[in-house]
Write a protein that binds this ligand. Structure first.
Ligand SMILES: C[S@@+](CC[C@H](N)C(=O)[O-])C[C@H]1O[C@@H](n2cnc3c(N)ncnc32)[C@H](O)[C@@H]1O
Length: 242
């Protein structure tokens, strides 16, 4: 996984050498809460001292890509949007500046939520909901979202040293519980290919659109260093009874 512009260094995180799980990654500190707490405590301090908002994962381009998709599909500005693992909350700021009025950011790192709050306040924005929440163990009744966004969070969870396979399954369950039927899930990943993501989210979700991302070519092979997909939540027989 890599911060910054699309693709930079992403290949390093794709390595599965030494992984014990056949469909997993080499476990890494990037999959732990301790890591993210330390990252955002540092970024919070830097913001307080210098006003620097910190890393934008996958770069500005990744945010523009998502907002462009929302524009193209005429997503109403009052649609409810959940940013899963919002980090410094810069994407929430972009959404609010664009005019979205019903946005929520969650992160399991209290420092990330504090940093997001500080940045939002400095931007003079209000009406953005922020919550410290572990997406794999949701404590409150978050549900009924029209749109869920994930930029790098599923990637981080996939690197958890403690039973990442189960955690990925729990992620899909949590996503099902927060997203409304026919709602959209927009995921940007540098750890998973399009085909792998289709497999991960095959239960309950179908591919709606693949968003264009930069291509790389190396040693006669070419591909995308980042996958950006839009899934739509299927209507299931269970949903009919809710
Ligand atoms: C790679 S960073 C991406 C941050 C942000 N989405 C962005 O694009 O800048 C991954 C984020 O996911 C958060 N995260 C990881 N696991 C989480 C979980 N189980 N619940 C909530 N947040 C989580 C981390 O704290 C971190 O903020």
């Amino acid at each position: 996984m890599s911060a910054g512009a699309d693709g930079g260094g992403a290949a390093a995180a794709r390595s599965r050498e030494g992984s014990s799980a056949k469909d997993g990654f080499v476990p890494s500190a990037l999959g732990t809460r301790e890591h993210w707490d330390a990252v955002y405590e540092r970024e919070l301090q830097t913001f307080q001292e210098y006003g620097d908002t910190g890393e934008i994962w996958f770069g500005e381009e990744s945010m523009n890509r998502l907002i462009k998709w929302m524009q193209k599909h005429k997503i109403p500005l009052d649609a409810s949007v959940l940013d899963i693992g919002t980090g410094n909350g810069v994407f929430l700021v972009e959404l609010a500046k664009f005019g979205f009025s019903n946005i929520t950011g969650i992160d399991y790192s209290p420092s990330a939520i504090q940093l997001s709050g500080n940045i939002i306040e400095k931007e003079g924005l209000s009406n953005i909901n922020l919550k410290v929440e572990d997406f794999l163990n949701l404590s409150t009744k978050l549900s009924g979202f029209h749109i869920c966004i994930d930029k790098g969070t599923f990637d981080a969870i996939s690197l958890n040293p403690d039973n990442a396979v189960e955690k990925r399954k729990q992620y899909v369950k949590s996503l099902s519980s927060v997203l409304r039927v026919k709602g959209f899930f927009l995921i940007t990943s540098c750890n998973w290919t399009k085909e792998e993501l289709l497999n991960e989210f095959s239960e309950g979700f179908e591919l709606f659109e693949e968003l264009p991302t930069p291509k790389f070519s190396f040693g006669g092979r070419s591909g995308n260093s980042v996958a950006a997909l839009v899934f739509q939540k299927r209507e299931t027989s269970w949903d009919n009874f809710r």
